[in-house]
Design a protein around this ligand. Structure first.
Ligand code: LLP
Length: 421
């Protein structure tokens, strides 16, 4: 459930008409609902009760400071994958003890930043990374709490570009090698083993692959404890999928996911950490755009809109589907037409939808891409020198621009022409 509903024929985010935001901010823009973000965070937190747990929002999905502050104030921790994301979490007021650091290529600089600024744990993904972390921590006279991310060789049955838990993927340490690497870790200066980490992929719409992976983690927990390690935390990653179409998708709910976690891991007495991104932010955001032209092709009609692949790359990158709805509610039985919805970027890949049946639209009409809160704004670029789309946060009947659209002046000023030209 989200808080984007038609009221009096106008699409609203909570109690604010999107048309009012469009008038104030211009299009395109991203808009997020504070109530939806809050609701989704709480669903996870409640689903894990009564186990001791920490929900760490995967900020790669949506990293605006206002969103992080909102979630952080509710008690959320953060899952970060770069020094930049770490600094975002801190700038939003999230204490180090609620931040976990994931990612296959953490640099020594990033390790130092997190060790000195405070960190709940590093999720270490390889032996060379473990050696580097030991060196950095030892040199600083500090101790790095760690889990090892194990790769359970489980097929997540999701898009190949976002599956991470098979042995051919670059992520984690093969689970068959885990005991050996834990033994090494226990002997290293500056390293303190605290648990196990696993993340098998994103947009999973079935609990079975999660369960298979978590069962392997349960077995490994017993083995590692028998080997003498302290395993007090299990970080289970993120990945729970969301419905991208209103009609025919019903992925498992956080409550089902929580019940499965309790069933497979509850007996171990560990603190459970999860790193959901998309399920918290995805359906909490929309991208609002305006029709520039309706162009009649030879055998199709193109709806040329002012958002493009640089603003929302998921359709061109993953062939992802986003529902597209008009801001003015269609009358019952209104005439429908098939459109190819495209942006102004000079690439055929700049296509949001093909032959999409929509109510008849005209130049100047506003429309919204649903489920765009996750991996939308964060993956945007300035390709074709198109300014990054602004972000707006709605709460109740008020809204605020939480990242303004940069001016062309600001964009051009970032380049420097060397004196010798
Ligand atoms: N934890 C780790 C270690 C991850 O790599 C990810 C996502 C998450 C948590 C959060 O997963 P989520 O709950 O959001 O599924 N750009 C792609 C998705 C990439 C996901 C990368 N890792 C997309 O637009 O679908």
């Amino acid at each position: 459930m989200d808080h984007f509903l038609y009221k009096d024929g106008q699409l609203h985010a909570e109690d604010v008409a999107l048309e009012d935001i469009a008038e104030a901010v211009g299009t395109p823009f991203y808009v997020y609902s504070a109530a939806t973000l809050t609701r989704h965070y709480k669903l996870f937190s409640e689903a894990l009760q009564p186990l001791p747990h920490q929900v760490c929002f995967a900020i790669k999905s949506l990293s605006n400071l206002a969103v992080l502050k909102l979630l952080g104030d509710l008690g959320a921790g953060m899952d970060v994958v770069s020094g930049g994301e770490y600094l975002r979490a801190k700038a939003a007021g999230v204490p180090g003890e609620r931040i976990v650091f994931s990612g296959v290529g953490k640099t020594r600089e990033e390790m130092k930043l997190a060790l000195t600024g405070g960190i709940r744990q590093f999720n270490v993904e390889s032996e060379p990374e473990l050696h580097a972390l030991s060196e950095v921590a030892h040199w600083l006279g500090l101790t790095a709490p760690i889990t090892l991310r194990v790769n359970p060789d489980v097929d997540a049955k999701t898009h190949e570009k976002i599956a991470t838990g098979k042995k051919e993927n670059k992520f984690g340490i093969p689970i068959s090698k885990a005991r050996e690497v834990y033994a090494q870790a226990a002997r290293m200066p500056g390293i303190q083993v605290v648990g196990i980490d696993v993340h098998i992929g994103s947009q999973l719409t079935d609990l079975a692959p999660f369960e298979a992976a978590f069962q392997k983690v349960a077995e490994l927990t017993e083995q590692l404890r028998a080997d003498g390690h302290t395993i007090s935390r299990l970080d289970l990653g993120g990945g729970l999928g969301i419905p991208y179409t209103r009609s025919n998708e019903a992925p498992p709910l956080p409550l089902d996911y929580g019940a499965m976690i309790k069933r497979t891991l509850g007996h171990l007495g560990c603190e459970i950490e999860i790193e959901p991104g998309r399920l918290i932010s995805g359906n909490a955001g929309m991208l609002v755009s305006q029709v520039i032209y309706v162009k009649e092709g030879e055998d199709r009609t193109f709806l040329i809109v002012d958002a493009a692949m640089n603003d929302l790359v998921r359709p061109s990158m993953y062939g992802a589907h986003h529902d597209i709805v008009p801001i003015v509610e269609a009358a019952p039985g209104a005439e429908m037409q098939d459109y190819d919805v495209v942006g102004p970027v000079c690439e055929t890949g700049d296509t949001f939808a093909k032959s999409r049946a929509m109510t008849v639209l005209h130049e100047g009409d506003l429309l919204a891409f649903r489920s765009a809160g996750a991996y939308g704004a964060v993956m945007a670029s300035e390709y074709n020198t198109r300014p990054l789309v602004p972000e707006v946060l709605v709460q109740g009947d008020h809204f605020a621009v939480i990242r303004p659209r940069p001016s062309f002046d600001e964009i051009l000023k970032r380049d420097t022409i060397p004196s010798w030209l």
